[in-house]
Design a protein around this ligand. Structure first.
Ligand SMILES: *Cc1c(COP(=O)(O)O)cnc(C)c1O
Length: 406
């Protein structure tokens, strides 16, 4: 076999990618071949600091040895058996998730969009069986993101995701974020559910206020509506608690999870309690791969790592440090208007529409971050980073902003 030179390999993969993949993603033309903790290594052996973590997925870092070992062990025993047969990892994972959240039952799927579809189906069947009104509504927020499938995108109130795909699913009503008056006005007997992200990640790390979340919960109780929380991005320790709703001690009826749940292995879940947990019955919903043995083994290992290594606490501490260091950059004159977020989900609102240029410059200096729109930077590093990695990232950003000025 002739060994391909690494630069040739990268060029080869780029050519194939450009020719054969649908043009749905803007990609950096660098080929990564290995990862460890918060670092990625390209085909030439260059090391990059990863403050994207596969978009808030690799919370326990790349290729954590415990996660790798658990996936390997499970792969050697049994990979897939279908949801018509009993599964030990699935049963154990469901129990662990209920223990961590106070929920009562779990439906497993493969990604965030499917988890949100499941939540929407629960809300719809709940309305059809318990509300007795055909014109019920599911309330969602402007700037939300719940995924790309037709149901999830119909709940995703951002024109860029919705407009190319009209007509959308009816039955959703959008409210302005953090507007208590609009929230109170919107609730009625027709309200089947409200579906909220505690921090809207995809629209640029926009947190809901405590007051807003508490009011939404109490209105759900008053109008017999389901209080549904999308923790796909904010869950699994990302904001400094296992789940973001727990900072406030909320009690949702439905929770959706994915992204960080499998530590990099695809898995999603929809958790429910009370009435919501009993809505979907045999034959109502399903997924061939959902809660596959490998995926559940990966998620169990991920939970064990977060627990053993105190990664919730670490995310809170290191996240606060990252915010503080970003504010220092702002004081030094970086074109930043606001730093927001919680734990290790942080957004920086820039004063100019230069997010793409900043992200590209940072990438050249081997720091991976993510732009949201024209003027927001998103930071979602693995939760295993320490202050040292923050200092390294800040050093790079300092140079990037300095060069952007000249
Ligand atoms: C990413 C995301 C989704 C969709 O997850 P996919 O796995 O990409 O389908 C849904 N909700 C939120 C809050 C997300 O951040």
């Amino acid at each position: 076999m002739i060994e391909t030179r690494s630069s040739d390999l990268q060029a080869q993969v780029w050519t194939l990618d450009q020719q054969y993949l649908m043009r749905t993603y803007r990609r950096q033309p660098v080929l990564f071949v290995r990862g460890e903790g918060a670092y990625l290594y390209d085909a030439q052996g260059n090391r990059y600091l990863d403050f994207l973590a596969g978009v808030a997925v690799c919370n326990v870092g790349h290729c954590h040895p415990h996660l790798v070992a658990r996936i390997q062990q499970q792969a050697e025993k049994l990979m897939h058996i279908s949801n018509l047969l009993l599964s030990e990892p699935q049963a154990r994972l469901a129990a662990r998730l209920c223990e961590l959240t106070g929920m009562e039952r779990v439906f497993f799927c493969n990604c965030g969009a499917e988890a949100c579809e499941t939540a929407v189906k629960i809300a719809r069947k709940f309305a059809n069986t318990h509300k007795g009104t055909p014109d019920y509504e599911i309330l969602v927020l402007e700037g939300s993101f719940h995924g790309r499938t037709m149901g999830a995108v119909s709940a995703t109130m951002q024109p860029k995701y919705q407009l190319p795909f009209v007509p959308l699913l009816p039955g959703f009503r959008a409210l302005p974020r953090n507007d208590l008056h609009a929230l109170r006005e919107a609730f009625s007997e027709r309200t089947a559910a409200i579906f909220l992200e505690p921090i809207q990640g995809e629209s640029g790390v926009n947190p809901l206020t405590d007051e807003y979340l508490l009011e939404a919960q109490s209105l759900c109780q008053r109008y017999n509506a389901l209080f549904m929380i999308d923790e796909v991005q904010t869950g699994m320790g990302r904001t400094g608690a296992w789940f973001a709703y727990q900072h406030l001690g909320l009690q949702p009826d439905v929770i959706t999870l994915a992204k960080g749940l499998g530590g990099g292995f695809p898995i999603g879940a929809c958790l429910a309690r009370g009435i919501a947990a009993e809505i979907l019955q045999i034959g109502d919903h399903g997924s061939t791969f959902g809660g596959n043995l490998l995926a559940c083994a990966a998620a169990l290992a991920t939970i064990e790592i977060i627990e053993r290594e105190n990664l919730c606490e670490q995310a809170a501490r290191v996240g606060a440090y990252l915010q503080q260091r970003l504010l220092e950059l702002q004081r030094q004159g970086a074109p930043m208007q606001e730093v927001r977020g919680r734990g290790l989900l942080i957004g920086v609102q820039l004063t100019e529409p230069i997010a793409r240029a900043i992200v590209d410059k940072a990438f050249e200096k081997r720091l991976i971050i993510n732009p949201v729109g024209d003027s927001i930077l998103r930071f979602a590093p693995p939760l295993v980073i320490a202050e040292r990695e923050v200092d390294e990232a800040i050093g790079i950003l300092q140079e990037v902003f300095r060069e952007a000025r000249t």
